[in-house]
Design a protein around this ligand. Structure first.
Ligand SMILES: Nc1nc2c(ncn2[C@@H]2O[C@H](COP(=O)(O)OP(=O)(O)OP(=O)(O)O)[C@@H](O)[C@H]2O)c(=O)[nH]1
Ligand SMILES: [Mg+2]
Length: 301
């Protein structure tokens, strides 16, 4: 382990921090090794508020535009925020797409530069490990002093949903109604929501969709998460959304759904990263062991 690099990252050198994040992303360094070398950094007292928040929702609903505005609001309060934008596009075309998908202008502001860190992560190559890689990166960012970490991820696809589930809070972003109400897939994502933002309130159908979502929540059990209307274009609702998110509570009903996803992610990682995986796959393919036997070997401790 490169202690000099780690010390430099811990002391606030951004380039060193970015290099450590790359090492974590490429699985060339283990977060547990960093934790054992710098236990104090990772043993911060439990604060009342959350450290990581996922902003998730369908492509194009305006997550990035919204985050841009939220970053500005939080920067005005002096809050240091890091954004990890999960990009599911292929690493080959990713380079060009990444810049496009994350339109964060808040960092162009000299005044806020030191308060904001933005990084894209192309997850295609990491398959099932993505959620736990993101989780390691979040832990590191918080250990080196970032107060809040936002994870932007599209809310479709198992891996993306799990990237959201590793965070302390989940915000689901929606757009105006498209006439299809609240479908099953959407309901699955809404189950994880601690808050819902219906963005593009400048377009007709947003208010209607917010009501549809509220109604769908009323049918469920437990506490209903707040549903907020915003427009990242006109700025309507941004200030109140930004402050609501800062103090957002863990909606009890989303807790179990989050833990289910975390459990599955951890289990999947255990299997995918096992040194015995190749051998077990070979044995399965020649029929010398059963699936249950394979799981006993791979999923055990
Ligand atoms: N009318 C309107 N358009 C918006 C609003 N917010 C974002 N948009 C537009 O919606 C499009 C998508 O915005 P993004 O912020 O890139 O959406 P995203 O959810 O981050 O998209 P992906 O990262 O690709 O999943 C852009 O053309 C934005 O200009 C809004 O409040 N009102
Ligand atoms: Mg985006």
């Amino acid at each position: 382990m490169n202690l000099e690099l780690l010390n430099s990252a811990i002391n606030g050198n951004r380039r060193a921090m970015a290099r450590v994040l790359s090492l974590l992303e490429n699985r060339n360094i283990n977060i547990d090794d960093i934790k054992s070398k710098f236990p104090k950094l990772f043993s911060k007292p439990d604060t009342e508020s959350w450290s990581s928040i996922a902003i998730t929702g369908a492509p194009g609903v305006g997550k990035s535009c919204l985050i841009d505005k939220i970053l500005i609001e939080w920067s005005k309060l002096g809050i240091r925020t890091a954004l990890l934008a999960i990009d599911p596009s292929s690493p080959r075309t990713g380079g060009a797409l990444l810049g496009d998908r994350v339109r964060i202008t808040a960092i162009d502001n000299e005044e806020f530069k030191d308060l904001i860190y933005v990084r894209s992560i192309a997850t295609r190559k990491s398959s099932g490990s993505a959620p736990l890689i993101v989780s390691d990166m979040v832990d590191f960012l918080i250990a080196v002093g970032w107060e809040r970490v936002i994870i932007e991820t599209v809310g479709s696809g198992q891996s993306e949903v799990r990237c959201a589930a590793i965070s302390d809070r989940i915000v689901v972003v929606e757009g105006p109604a498209r006439g299809d109400g609240v479908q099953a897939e959407k309901a699955g994502l809404l189950e994880l929501a601690d808050a819902v933002i219906v963005n593009k309130s400048d377009i007709s159908g947003a208010t209607q969709h917010a009501s549809e979502i509220e109604e769908s929540f009323e049918l469920g059990i437990g506490q209903t998460p707040p549903v907020i209307l915003t427009s990242a274009h006109t700025g309507d609702g941004i200030e109140s959304a930004s402050s609501l998110l800062l103090g957002l509570e863990d909606s009890g009903r989303s807790k179990r759904a989050k833990w289910r996803e975390r459990l599955l992610a951890k289990h999947e990682r255990k299997i995918l990263e096992s040194s015995k995986l190749d051998e077990i796959l070979e044995n399965l393919s020649i029929g010398s062991i059963s699936i249950d036997e394979a799981l006993n070997v791979l999923g055990g401790n």
